[in-house]
Design a binder for this molecule. Sequence first.
Ligand code: PHB
Length: 388
Amino acid sequence: MQKRFFLSAVALALLAAHAGTALAQEKFKIGLILPMTGPFASTGKQIEAAARLYIAQNGDTVGGKKVELIVKDDTSAPDVTKRIAQELVVNEKVNVLAGFGLTPLAMATAPLATQSKTPMVVMAAATSSITQASPYVVRTSFTLPQASVAMADWAPNNGIKKVVTLVSDYGPGIDAEKFFKDRMLFNGAQVLDTLRVPMRNPDFAPFLQKVRDLKPDAVFVFVPSGAGAALMKQFAERGMDKAGIKLIGTGDITDDDILNSMGDVANGVVTSHHYSASHNSPLNKKFVAAFEKANAGLRPNFMAVGGYDGMRVIYEAAKVTKGGNGEALLNAMKGQLFESPRGPMFIDAQTRDVVHNIYIRKVEKVGGQLYNQEFSTITDVKDPGKAK
Ligand code: PHB
C-alpha cells in the first residue's frame, strides 16, 4: 500500500515536472518561407538577416513564449512555397506564416492561409491584389501602385512628357505599367508604348532597342529586386543615356542591395519608393548600422525593411494575444501604427495593407558610395489599387 502510494506520488511529481517544462518550453513559431537560392536569393538573404536582427534586438521570448524562427527555402517556385507552407501549418503548427519573396509565391499560399486560418505576413511581394487573395494576409512591404502613381505625378512636372514603359511581365510589373500609364495620361503626358519583358532571365537588349527607336524623354522601368543590375548594365551598353533617354522607375531598379556595384550609369537616376538606406531619421541610422554590423557590411534594402517591420507586427500581435494564433493573432496585427526605419507606417485595419510615405529619390554619391537620396515626400499613401 505504502509502496503503491509512493510510486503514484513519484508519477505525479514526474507528471507535474513534465507539464512544467512543457509550459516553459511552449513556443511561438514563425514559419519564414523565402527564396534563399536562385535569382531572387538576395531577397531571402535580406529578409532573413532582418528577422534575425529583430529577434536579437527584441529578445527571443514574446507573449510568454519562446520564439522559434523556422526558415525554409522555396527556391522561388510557387508549388514549393505552397508545399512548405502546408508542412509548416500541419506538422510544425506554426502560429504565423511569413516571407513571400514574389507575388506568385504569395498567391499560391493564400488559399492555405484561409483554409487553416493562419495569419500570413507578406514581407516582400507587392502586387496590389495579394491582400485580397485571403483575409489572413497582412502586408508589410509596399504596393507597386503606391510607388508608380508617385512617379507619374513627378515626371511630367520635371520635363518628362513622352515615355515608354518597360516592365517584368507578371503581377507587380502589370500593376506598375497600369497605374503609371493611367496617371501619366491623366496628367496630360504621352505614353508611346508599353513593353513587357519575361520575368525570368530577361534579355533587355531588344526591348531597349525598341525604346531607343521611339525616342521618348524617358523610359519608366519596373523589374523585381535582384534584376536591376542587369537592366542598368544593358541600359549603359546600349548608350541610352547618351541618346538623351532618361531612366526612371520604382525604387526596385536602384535597389540598395546592389546599387553601389552599378557604377556611374545609376548616378542621377530618379525613382519613387518607400525606403532608402539613407532615409534621414535616427531610427533608420540605428537600423542600418546594426544591420551592416551583423551582416559583414551588407546594406539593408527595402526587402530587409519589409522583413524587419513584419517581425514588429508579429511580435506586437504576439504580445497582445500572449502568443496566440488564428483570428486573434490576425486581429492584433490590424491597425498597428508605428515608426519604421522607412518612416511612419500603418497597417490599415480594413485592407490589411501598408500605408506609408512614398519618397522621390535621386541616386547620388555620398562619401564615395551611391545612395538613393530622398528629396520629396508624399505622405501616408494608401494603395491606389484598392480605390475601386
Ligand atoms: C513581387 O513579385 O511582388 C515583387 C518582387 C520584387 C520586387 C517587387 C515586387 O522588387
